[in-house]
Design a protein around this ligand. Structure first.
Ligand SMILES: *Cc1c(COP(=O)(O)O)cnc(C)c1O
Length: 231
């Protein structure tokens, strides 16, 4: 079931890329396995899936330590400074860096282990009060500030778009994110790549891809609804 769901989402990713005149290989599908058991992850590993997304640092760590073979785990959820230590050498990419304070903690933990942490800057593009993330206006400054930290490499931007009934409503948000990525990229800041744009979830990933997403984070469409009462 999960396998078929994954294949169906993968096909929709491909179709959206083709529709937009893009190479489907440019888009990485991250299977968001938060709250789901290891057995669900193993089912996807058996069909060759290697990219998984987790929200909670301890959950990422536990799954990382217990999977049958090495796969990539992305830290996609909000990260508190005191939890950086759980995922610093386990997350392939931290999608949710939104302050210098958090970046400094990542720097400290990465330096301790002699590694470079790959991160995205989380942008609250729709400026929703309930969301984490830096504002569009502040993003370039934060990128410049964090770029001075030697054990961090900024790879691009991430956003969580508003929850809407019609995904078309989020098209302007995604388009603005792509423009912001290009604007910052054109500034050619040392130690900064700006090649990754992580945006699009179950409800709106196709529109996100049409607008330039290079990573989509899809949970529900692959694993089914999450039951938060059991975790
Ligand atoms: C849960 C989550 C997702 C996946 O959401 P779905 O709507 O289930 O696809 C993507 N990104 C983040 C940051 C999440 O927390």
């Amino acid at each position: 079931m999960i396998e078929e769901n994954y294949r169906a989402v993968e096909e929709r990713v491909r179709a959206a890329a083709v529709r937009a005149g893009r190479d489907p290989e440019e888009v990485t599908l991250i299977a968001v396995s938060k709250t789901k058991p290891l057995s669900d992850i193993e089912a996807l590993i058996r069909i060759g899936v290697r990219e998984f997304g987790e929200n909670k640092p301890q959950e990422l760590r536990d799954k990382y330590e217990n999977v049958s073979q090495p796969v990539h785990f992305h830290q996609i959820g909000h990260l508190q400074t005191n939890k950086v230590k759980y995922i610093i050498d386990k997350a392939v990419l931290i999608h949710s860096v939104d302050s210098m304070h958090l970046a400094e903690q990542i720097q400290k933990e990465a330096e301790k282990r002699g590694i470079t942490a790959e991160v995205l800057i989380e942008v609250n593009a729709a400026e929703e009060e309930t969301k984490f993330g830096v504002t569009v206006e502040e993003t370039a400054n934060l990128v410049r500030e964090i770029s001075t930290l030697p054990n961090i490499r900024i790879r691009g931007l991430m956003t969580i778009a508003p929850f809407v009934d019609d995904p078309e409503e989020n098209r302007p948000v995604f388009r603005q994110m792509k423009q912001l990525l290009l604007d910052i990229k054109s500034q050619k800041i040392d130690n900064v790549d700006m090649n990754v744009l992580s945006m699009g979830m179950t409800n709106d990933f196709e529109v996100a891809i049409e607008e330039g997403a290079t990573m989509v984070r899809v949970g529900t469409a692959i694993f089914g609804e999450r039951d938060y009462s059991i975790v």
